[in-house]
Design a protein around this ligand. Structure first.
Ligand code: ATP
Ligand code: MG
Length: 442
């Protein structure tokens, strides 16, 4: 992509409405544009990141054997009346009437709808377990939308649902998602810690929030420092491995978010030296809630003895749009964003400082084409702004690597390659650029 042909409305100053760094940087880097409170449009740069995150989430769900579906954004209220949540959900739910005066709503989540899909076709234990997910926009009329996309009213979520015959089997599904989540977040360059979360009247220990440590997070977290060493080689764990032992290794260490936290328990279970308290951003939540919806909505299955009973369910969410902000909170410096490679909108930024010089332009054009031919995403700053503007814009948008073409390209066939994260820069011969870039990226 050439910058002269790209829609990148960067801002010099931080917009005053933004309280936290990720919100400021997303606005400054021209990633989003506010439509109304807590509702955003995604501009080219932001959309690329959103899609990258979405794709990682999708690939990891697929690898775990979860089936992708796409449920509608608008749902009939009748389903929610069946489960009893139509009244309970309160003002967060956007309620709509269609022209027939039927009650409809914009989905804040999809347990009812997916239970309805399930009960229409699955009747026997022989067809269990079933794992379904979708990636869809949600609307929740949050009381205090804030922090940009982190607590929006309209936001993109991956939500998955599991259907099992009994508690034991639902635990296997739960563990699968637990592992899948760790793999997913690791691929984005994040360390997400599973924290025991409230299970309410359901009880048990099958509810975890996945939280990234960040001083701007809204969750208060309490954990045993040792949990940070768990799951080191997560990418090597396979779904045929003993997941229950793996998950148990995490559960052995105390970790809880505010709703679940109990000081006495914390003190009893964790040596003072290992007690950690922090703030964090919830990027995912998994919850096995048994027959909560299947009972009220009569989603029954027959077991091996021909006995009918409600199916055991769980739901598993990842805040895809929130993750864009969360990753920035996790990875930035005073100059701007520092994208981890896997989610970067482009892997490489190419800056031509001498855009008025024919030779420099020719060199830049050639490097651009050769990097493109490697199937590497590259943003080419071919504009005629001064060096300061070019450097600060490129640093702001945080592409992992920069190729800089200046005077030495013209005189000595040398260009500079800079690592955005470390700031390390090296000079390299123009004809070895392709090899160097391949080495850095693949
Ligand atoms: P929170 O406690 O932050 O309000 P929640 O418990 O309501 O979240 P879930 O219903 O478990 O959230 O949703 C799954 C995921 O969706 C969350 O882990 C979070 O990453 C994301 N999410 C929830 N609400 C929002 C929101 N208002 N804006 C952006 N992402 C959200
Ligand atoms: Mg939650």
């Amino acid at each position: 992509m050439k910058l002269s042909n790209y829609f990148l409305p960067v801002l010099k100053e931080s917009p005053s409405e933004a309280e936290i760094v990720s919100h400021k940087l997303m606005l400054r880097a021209g990633m989003i544009s506010q439509s109304s409170s807590g509702i955003y449009s995604w501009l080219p740069l932001g959309l690329r990141v959103l899609k990258k995150i979405e794709n990682i989430v999708r690939e990891e769900q697929d690898k775990a054997g979860v089936n992708e579906i796409l449920m509608s954004t608008i749902q009939p209220a009748d389903l929610w009346k069946e489960s009893g949540r139509y009244e309970d959900y309160g003002k967060e739910m956007l309620r709509i009437k269609d022209r027939q005066e039927r009650d409809m709503l914009y989905g804040p989540t999809n347990e009812e709808q997916v239970t309805d899909i399930f009960r229409r076709s699955i009747k026997s234990y022989k067809e269990l377990p079933q794992l379904l997910y979708h990636i869809q926009w949600k609307f929740r009329d949050e009381l205090r939308p804030r922090f940009g996309v982190m607590r929006g009213r309209e936001f993109l979520m991956k939500d998955a649902y599991s259907f099992d015959l009994n508690l034991e089997s639902s635990e296997s599904s739960y563990n699968k998602f637990f592992v899948c989540y760790l793999k997913t977040f690791e691929r984005m360059g994040l360390k997400a810690i599973p924290m025991a979360a409230d299970t309410g009247p359901i009880g048990g220990d099958m509810s975890h929030e996945f939280i990234i440590i960040s001083k701007t997070g809204e969750s208060e977290i309490y954990f045993d420092k040792n949990i940070l060493d768990q799951g080191e080689k997560i990418s090597e764990i396979g779904y045929e491995d003993n997941l229950s032992t793996f998950v148990q290794n995490f559960k052995n260490y105390y970790s809880a978010s505010d709703e679940k936290y109990d000081q006495k328990e914390f003190d009893q279970n964790v040596n003072k030296d290992f007690q950690m308290t922090s703030k964090g951003i919830e990027v995912g939540h998994i919850f096995s809630f048994g027959t909560k919806y299947s009972e009220s909505m009569r989603a029954n299955v027959l077991d091996g003895n021909g006995k009918e009973g409600p199916v055991f369910m769980g739901s598993y969410g990842i805040g895809i749009s929130r993750l864009v902000g969360a990753i920035i909170e996790y990875s930035h410096d005073e100059k701007g964003i520092i994208w981890p490679n896997e989610v970067a909108p482009f892997q490489v930024g190419l800056i031509n400082l001498k855009s008025n010089d024919d030779k420099a332009k020719k060199i830049a054009d050639e490097i651009y084409s050769s990097v493109l031919s490697l199937n590497i995403e590259i943003l080419y700053d071919d504009k005629s702004d001064n060096a300061g503007v070019k450097f600060s814009r490129m640093d702001l948008i945080g592409l992992p690597f920069q190729i800089i073409i200046g005077n030495k390209a013209i005189s000595d066939n040398l260009v500079e390659i800079k690592n955005r994260k470390t700031g390390e820069a090296s000079e390299i011969k123009i004809d070895s650029i392709s090899d160097k870039i391949k080495e850095l990226i693949f």
